[in-house]
Design a protein around this ligand. Structure first.
Ligand SMILES: *Cc1c(COP(=O)(O)O)cnc(C)c1O
Length: 393
């Protein structure tokens, strides 16, 4: 089997009679049939092939095939966003009366789905704190139909021990669904550790340049079939254009993640020495409470770190003092982005909910980009000087 870098570059839709080198964009909503019999056979799923772009399209197929190879997955589907991947994966696995066990530290919208949306259909959940498999085992009931985690979590960078949790999930026969957005298959491959499905927000590191929304569900064939059925009839299809962009982006994913990780580690180490910074969190810093797990589970530390500057007021001044770094809710971009989770991405949580997942008023999330890290450090140094100076008065 070729290496991931090669698979991501050399997996391509077959060349058309035009002999193009780069895959063309199949911007078409439907496909024509050769004859009535072919149409019947395609709809009966006796034949494989594109029919209608809500079901599949050569560009989305190529994107999914590459991602499956990188994640070590049997099958997959593309979705319009990360949240449509999370929703479709969960909704395809649960019925009214079922129960979900989930890590408490989740992306804000995933938390809204579990606490506000699924309960409307009688699907309940239990949150687990910490990344140990034993705590998940204690939360499982006879009604538990899936385990859902995100590791590292957004934005707290809490880890879950995937190897131990994968073993537990397999021994209980409960599908483990992992949101692999922060790590991507370049840093960790949850399916090899026992996960049944991996969901992605391709909007982040997979796109890598902040251009398109996108998502994917990949994993075991039988479970992907359930998700595909739901997606086919509910319609969260990824546009061919976005799939084309994302498939191209996968070609540079390994290269980018290595550099994002190196730059983030550089910035994290520098921040740890800054007197105005109370706490820095980054998976591959020895000060991370799960450093041993992080270095075992993740090839590199990833592109995201957090720091605590003490208060919302200081965080505001630091953000407003930035000149190079962007202030935006996205992450995984070539441009370094600073976000204040408590007032933006996680503002819909209650104060207590935020506290329980470590989102303090002074917490800033930095998605370290691919600029020269010294320029990022210089911008942060100037912004932190502005932010902390005014505190003295
Ligand atoms: C951004 C994000 C999502 C949602 O993805 P969208 O593409 O914005 O819908 C889900 N999970 C995690 C961990 C994320 O960071």
């Amino acid at each position: 089997m070729p290496h991931p870098e090669t698979l991501a570059i050399r997996t391509q839709h077959p060349t058309t009679p035009n002999r193009e080198h780069s895959v063309p964009l199949f911007l078409t909503s439907s496909f024509v049939f050769d004859d009535a019999e072919q149409a019947r056979a395609l709809f009966a799923e006796e034949l494989e092939g594109p029919v209608y772009s809500r079901y599949s399209n050569p560009n989305t197929d190529e994107f999914v095939r590459k991602l499956c190879l990188l994640e070590g997955a049997e099958d997959g589907i593309a979705t319009a966003s990360g949240m449509s991947a999370v929703f479709t994966a969960i909704a395809s696995l649960v019925h009214s009366g079922d129960h979900i066990v989930a890590a408490r530290a989740l992306f804000g919208s995933s938390h809204q789905l579990l606490t506000r949306v699924f309960p409307k259909w009688g699907v309940t959940h239990t949150y687990v704190d910490g990344g140990e498999a034993e705590a998940f085992a204690d939360a499982i009931t006879p009604a538990t139909k899936l385990i859902f985690v995100e590791t590292p979590s957004n934005p707290g960078l809490d880890l879950v021990d995937l190897e131990a949790l994968g073993r537990l999930a397999q021994s209980r026969g409960i599908p483990l669904v992992v949101d692999n957005c922060f790590s991507t298959p370049i840093l960790q491959q949850p399916i090899a550790l026992g996960a049944s499905l991996v969901v992605h927000s391709a909007t982040k590191f997979i796109d890598g340049q902040g251009r398109t929304l996108g998502g994917a569900i990949v994993g075991h064939k039988a479970l992907v079939a359930e998700a595909r059925f739901l997606a086919r009839h509910s319609g969260p299809a990824l546009s061919p254009f976005n799939a084309w962009v994302l498939s191209k982006s996968l070609e540079t994913l390994a290269l980018r993640l290595e550099k994002h990780s190196a730059n983030a580690l550089h910035v994290a180490r520098w921040l740890e020495t800054h007197p105005a910074v109370r706490r820095v969190r980054y998976p591959h810093l020895p000060s991370h409470p799960q450093f041993a797990l992080a270095t075992r589970q993740m090839r590199w530390g990833g592109g995201v770190l957090t720091l605590d500057v003490g208060s919302y007021e200081t965080a505001r001044r630091v953000i407003d003092g930035l000149r190079l770094c962007s202030h935006s809710p996205n992450l995984g971009d070539v441009r370094t982005i600073v976000t204040h989770p408590a007032s933006t991405t996680h503002s819909k949580l209650t104060e207590e909910e935020r506290q329980r997942v470590g989102i303090t008023p002074g917490l800033l999330r930095i998605s370290v980009g691919l600029e020269h890290p010294d320029d990022v450090v210089a911008d942060l140094r100037a912004a932190l000087a502005v932010g902390s100076k005014e505190v003295v008065h």
